[in-house]
Design a protein around this ligand. Structure first.
Ligand code: NAD
Ligand code: ZN
Length: 360
């Protein structure tokens, strides 16, 4: 029987502060099973050859694997990584450490789950299908906004669907929040991933699932986003605050849900491979009807940071392609219920979504 109240796991341990990355060695030392059980570091390949890589505390036979974040993670990629780790070592590793943005964090969570659960990652896409605890896993974000560092999901593109592995075992065992790691993020990417957080706040706070738990985190995250994107902060303050906004934004949706922008952005992601952050922005711009205040703030932020969103993304789609996108979006039932209430189908029709998609 499904319990009435959801009993959510949270990240049990977190360190925060500029330079705290250098404490990673000590944190991992306490979790090393023995000298033949390595830590596997999955690292965004933008860090290949950088100073950060030289600071990764590798000892014994620890392994460092660079991974490109150019494409969003797939179940196949997870399966390949798991096989490679199983082949390279006789013993299970001591743990997995993911260093990067949402892409690397999600991959690391999935690899940790699949090292202790049999079969392909695609088997576990859905809700609460993971039966055994994951291997110890650590998340270290290097760009702020997705909330993947706190969430109980890992979003993967599978053979049939783009869907999260949502489970109590997905959540990281340890998170390390060092705002200095976000220093090198390119401006447009900083904006798109930061807006993911802003949109989480708006969708959570304007949703029908809202409750005091979600509201308390959502309001704080929104306040921080407004400071970061509309006020004049010094760079250190801005990095610190956006990292905490991401955390609170993630906590806010844990006990509620996202809404219209995310549902429609999934459609763009599935059909066209448009990435999460930019996809949300492309859609959100046209959601004045649903989130008037949020969209007004968003427009001010775009203007202040001189971000030009690409246009004409859906210009050349035929009816079939448009229908695919619409059915992926409309399949996100809980998101629509949160956004518009249980009779959302009276408001959202395929024609209406087609009309919004055509503007993108
Ligand atoms: P990302 O991880 O895809 O990275 C975006 C770009 O920024 C990449 O090119 C990456 O190399 C670069 N980058 C990252 N850190 C950098 C740094 N310090 N310096 C320079 N470049 C850097 O971006 P994202 O927006 O954080 O993550 C998007 C992914 O997160 C999507 O796959 C999405 O599905 C997932 N996501 C997951 C959750 C969750 O709860 N699990 C929530 C939201 C989004
Ligand atoms: Zn999001």
């Amino acid at each position: 029987v499904k319990p009435k109240f959801r009993n959510f796991p949270m990240v049990p341990r977190v360190v925060f502060g500029s330079g705290c990355f250098d404490q990673l060695g000590d944190i991992l030392m306490a979790k090393r099973k023995h000298s033949d059980a390595p830590f596997i570091f999955l690292v965004d390949d933008v860090f290949e050859g950088t100073e950060l890589t030289s600071r990764i505390p590798r000892i014994f036979n620890d392994q460092l694997i660079f991974i490109s974040a150019d494409q969003e993670p797939t179940t196949k990629q997870v399966d390949v990584l798991v096989k490679r780790i199983e082949k390279d070592f006789d013993d299970l590793p001591s743990g997995i450490v993911g260093i990067g943005g949402g892409t690397l964090l999600d991959l690391s969570k999935a690899v940790a789950i699949l090292l202790t659960n049999n079969g392909s990652a695609s088997r576990y896409q859905g809700w609460d299908l993971v039966l055994k605890p994951a291997l110890y896993h650590v998340g270290i974000p290097t760009i702020s906004g997705t909330g993947a560092e706190v969430s109980r999901t890992t979003v993967l593109l599978g053979p049939e669907k783009k869907l999260g592995i949502n489970s109590d075992y997905t959540t990281f065992d340890q998170v390390l929040l060092d705002p200095d790691l976000t220093k090198g993020v390119e401006r447009a990417q900083w904006f798109y991933t930061g807006m993911d957080c802003f949109i989480h706040c708006i969708e959570s706070l304007q949703g029908t699932f809202l409750n005091a738990f979600s509201q308390s985190y959502g309001e704080k995250a929104l306040e921080l986003c407004k400071e970061v994107f509309l006020e004049e902060l010094n760079p250190k303050e801005s990095r610190d605050k956006l990292m905490m906004a991401s955390w609170h934004g993630g906590m806010s949706i844990a006990y509620s849900q996202v809404g219209v922008a995310h549902a429609m952005s999934y459609g763009l992601g599935f059909l066209l491979g448009v990435r999460h952050g930019i996809g949300n922005c492309l859609v959100f711009k046209h959601l004045n009807e649903f989130y008037p205040e949020g969209v007004a703030l968003f427009d001010r932020m775009l203007e202040k940071h001189e971000i030009e969103l690409p246009t004409g993304i859906c210009a050349n789609l035929d009816e079939n392609e448009l229908d695919t996108m619409i059915s992926v979006a409309m399949g996100m039932v809980p998101l629509w219920e949160n956004a518009l209430g249980s009779d959302w189908r009276n408001v959202i029709t395929p024609e209406k979504l087609a009309c919004i998609y055509r503007k993108i």
